[in-house]
Design a protein around this ligand. Structure first.
Ligand SMILES: Cc1cc2nc3c(=O)[nH]c(=O)nc-3n(C[C@H](O)[C@H](O)[C@H](O)COP(=O)(O)OP(=O)(O)OC[C@H]3O[C@@H](n4cnc5c(N)ncnc54)[C@H](O)[C@@H]3O)c2cc1C
Ligand code: SF4
Length: 244
């Protein structure tokens, strides 16, 4: 098992939950948005389509800075999903029409006008396997989770970094973030900009990562996430690089 997968699992939930939870159930879990979880029935398009989004102008500290819509600003809560996104795994699904393989980038959806849908599965679909392709980068990786308390807590934000290096120079990089969008969020622009940058050139690492945050759209209470996310991505990248 690559390090990034093991670390994402180790820092998720509690020992008891990890012993019982399944891989399929973990990537299928729904948002921790407090309005979505509230039985008293605040407006929530994900729980009750068409009622509005209480978080859009409400308490949205834990919510998205990328890819949200006016219909929903929730984030995806799974740690494992962030690691799987960085590794570009495939989700193998058995459905009424037989078996198919879904690239992980296409598995979870953005909210758009249908936030009640979290992913591309249809009725009758069952996840039967996760296919992790062998990758040269998979040998040096790290999952970094930032949370409001040290244990038994969902991520406020997280980053999965998977790298291949040539001595201290980054040959290729895969960077995914959790806690910033409705699905694990790949920093594609940063990944391209980081190629051939030296791990010792902190300023160059920082400015390459910053390129992925030009289009960040923070909400009323989560502006801090834009800076924090860049620091988390940098730290995850550096730790993965030290393992190369
Ligand atoms: C208190 C608490 C703290 C937690 N903290 C974290 C955390 O820090 N990080 C983290 O990543 N997770 C966390 N979790 C989530 C936990 O790790 C479980 O993954 C999650 O609760 C789902 O449970 P489960 O795996 O038993 O799936 P289930 O509850 O059995 O299923 C969840 C959903 O997935 C569907 N499903 C399950 N298996 C499949 C399949 N094979 N194919 C298609 N659909 C399927 C089910 O129908 C259901 O809709 C926490 C959960 C709790 C309750
Ligand atoms: S952010 Fe999404 S889940 Fe939360 S209240 Fe709005 S519609 Fe519901």
């Amino acid at each position: 098992m690559t390090c990034v997968i093991a670390e994402s699992l180790l820092f998720a939930a509690s020992g008891q939950l990890r012993n019982m939870a399944s891989i399929g159930g973990n990537i299928m879990q729904r948002t921790r948005c407090a309005y979505f979880r509230d039985d008293d029935g605040p407006p929530c398009n994900k729980r009750r389509p068409g009622t509005g989004c209480a978080a859009r102008h409400g308490l949205n500290r834990n919510h998205a800075i990328f890819g949200w819509s006016d219909a929903c600003v929730a984030t995806h809560p799974s740690d494992l999903a962030v690691a799987l996104a960085a590794l570009d795994v495939n989700v193998v699904v058995h459905g009424p029409a037989g078996e198919r393989s879904i690239p992980f980038a296409d598995f979870h959806s953005l909210p758009g006008s249908t936030p009640e849908r979290d992913n591309t599965l249809d009725r009758g679909d069952l996840i039967v396997a996760i296919d992790v392709p062998p990758r040269v980068e998979g040998r040096a990786s790290h999952y970094l989770k930032v949370r409001d308390r040290e244990s038994y807590e969902f991520a406020l934000m997280s980053a999965a970094a998977v790298v291949a290096t040539d001595r201290r120079r980054l040959r290729s990089v895969r960077l995914a973030m959790g806690g910033v969008a409705h699905k694990p969020w790949r920093l594609a622009t940063a990944e391209a900009a980081l190629r051939n940058v030296s791990l010792d050139d902190i300023d160059a690492l920082r400015s390459a990562i910053a390129e992925s945050f030009v289009d960040a759209r923070p909400l009323g209470h989560n502006g801090f996430k834009v800076e924090l996310a860049q620091r988390v991505a940098l730290r995850a990248l550096q730790t993965a690089g030290e393992r190369a």
